[in-house]
Design a protein around this ligand. Sequence first.
Ligand code: KG4
Ligand code: ZN
Length: 335
Amino acid sequence: MLILGIESTCDETAASVVRDGKEILSHVVRTQTETHRPYQGVFPELACRQHFDVMLPIIEEAMKLAGVTPQDLDRISVASNPGLMGAILTGVTCAKTLSLAWDIPLVGVNHVEAHLYAAMMEAPQLFPSLGVVISGGHTHMLKMNAIGEYELLGKTVDDAIGEAFDKVAALLDLSYPGGPEVEKLALSGDKNKYPFKRGTVKKCPLDFSFSGLKTNVLYTLKGKECQKKAPTLLAEDEKAHVAASFQHTALSDVVGKSLKAAKGFDCQAIYFGGGVSNNQYLRSLIPQDINVFFPPKGLSLDNAAMIAGLAFHLETEENPLRLTASPRAKNLYPC
Ligand code: KG4
Ligand code: ZN
């Protein structure tokens, strides 16, 4: 079964053609990083306009690279939730239009679920398992009983982990997106130099909180009375130690809670997904004696191959015009 995937939930416009949920025939991603860099975060209105400008050329490119025509496609799939409403609407409207014009069934896909599916594309699909989504917009831990059957075990109560990396990067005068920059700087730092505290949420021990850690970093760099824009009080070469200590604290929190949840809920494997799962230090924290899977190269960050891949396992919409975009996660797990 050949499926076209479309992704536009945040600041990447992507299209991909995937066969039978696994074989990626094309994978095209256009990132908007340069547009959003001056704002050190995603500027939603600019994101929507850019999706609109590049959506059709990207779909055309993905189909050309895969060597397929509309007649060859069995399904069109699109990320329809969660994310930036205007950005999602661009993809959903485009997918509905193509579905009607080409008379091809449509599938709406949850972007968070697709991040987890990315880690299954080249790995065995083991259940029950733990899914850990760590991205710029989401930090979710789910027990997965099957594809489409999830229980929410933990989530962030404030910042998403990628957002915390981006904000700490800004405090360290690094560029956006901050995750890869913090990781690079941390390589020359001592992770034990600043004993930052992991965030704990008393009522829900598997929930995450990163805002205290971020404030810890702010006070360390600029003092307690500080303004975010104030100059840093630390010598330049201390910044690497701050980056390493922050990264260690945030990621060992994720790994610690994931291992605890996997053990407590008898999971056969852990699947990580989302932009932060690209981080190599995270991977070094995982013990050898457990089945842990990460997305293949290029599929950690937002992409459409994970959308088309997951759509192979889902039901098509009865009426494509009924598919709605939503900024919140739909129907998958109680949030
Ligand atoms: O999954 P993604 O592309 O978008 C969302 O769905 O949010 O994730 C983007 C996030 C950004 O916050 C970025 O800083 C972070 O992933 N990120 C990383 C790394 N690469 C990307 N964070 C830590 N280490 C990395 N190597
Ligand atoms: Zn994402």
